[in-house]
Ligand binder design. Structure first.
Ligand SMILES: [Zn+2]
Length: 293
């Protein structure tokens, strides 16, 4: 059961490190108004506190225009301040939509621990986290009186199913286009190793039965040929190799294992350790020569 009505204005309330963003991301991307994202949009740095005023202005502009269309907005910010919450409630009601508060129940210790694991620019001083936590604890009993139509805690929500459903919906069209599960699984493979952006630039070029599949990472006139090696006995050792010129000087292609975007960059820059390069032709020739003796 989902106690959050749609459309509505959903106001996340939680200290830094309380897991607001993880929960927010169970809603579709266009629903999510994340203050950090707008900080990033205006300044290039999601943790830039100096950019907060501009970020709030952007968030507010998007909020107004979505609500005018009757679309749900999930406002992902700490929302610890009474005046900030009051304004969000008023905007919702102006558009005849309910305002829902979702209060994070994460403990202070968990918030501090998660905050400590963040990159430098996203880490908030512990004292700030403590203060946010206290502000929210104090505000919690009065949220209904502030004007929220619904007040729920994160542990009352069942959000995994919509998240799973959306992932299924997103994958489905690909699967249709590719025609079979094998092709789809191979697409996922590139994404797993190299991430979403690079996977978009990747396509399979040569899929033959009983041969390792070959693909290319291609943008404009740049291209790196990749093969997915499945010959190792342990599937944990399977992985991509990138084609490079043979260091032994033969005309044949040589291969370098690539397990990450960093490895791909090294291949592009010609900056990989020589001892990882393996040439099929030279090895074959060497073995043949030894066997002939
Ligand atoms: Zn060679």
């Amino acid at each position: 059961m989902n106690p959050i009505p749609e459309p509505s204005v959903v106001v996340m309330i939680g200290a830094s490190g309380s897991g607001k963003s993880t929960l927010t991301r169970t809603w579709p991307a266009d629903y999510r108004l994340e203050l950090d994202s707008y900080r990033w949009a205006v300044s290039g740095d999601a943790g830039d506190q100096e950019a907060t005023a501009d970020a709030v202005a952007l968030l507010d502009a998007v909020l107004q225009r979505r609500l005018a269309r009757g679309l749900t907005c999930v406002v992902d910010a700490t929302n610890t301040r009474f005046d900030v919450r009051k304004q969000l409630i008023e905007v919702a009601h102006t558009h005849q939509l309910p305002a829902s508060a979702i209060v994070m129940t994460t403990t202070l210790e968990q918030c501090l621990a998660r905050n400590a694991r963040r990159p430098d620019n996203r880490r908030v001083p512990d004292a700030v986290v403590r203060h946010q936590f206290q502000q929210i604890a104090a505000a919690r009993p009065g949220l209904r009186a502030e004007g929220f139509d619904h007040v729920v805690t994160d542990d009352q929500l069942m959000r995994l199913r919509p998240l799973l459903q959306r992932s299924v919906d997103r994958i489905h069209p690909d699967q249709q286009a590719d025609g079979d599960h094998t092709e789809h699984a191979r697409r996922i493979l590139a994404r797993r190793f190299f991430g979403e952006d690079l996977a978009d630039a990747f396509h399979w070029t040569n899929l033959r039965p009983n041969h390792d599949p070959v693909g290319a990472l291609a943008v404009g006139r740049d291209e790196i040929t990749l093969v997915y090696r499945t010959s190792a006995p342990d599937p944990m050792d399977w992985g991509f190799e990138a084609q490079v010129p043979c260091l032994g000087g033969c005309a044949g292609p040589a291969w370098v294992p690539v397990r990450s975007p960093m490895d791909l960059l090294a291949v592009y820059d010609d900056d990989f350790p020589e001892d990882v390069v393996r040439c099929d032709r030279c090895i074959t020739a060497g073995v043949a020569a030894r066997e002939a003796v």
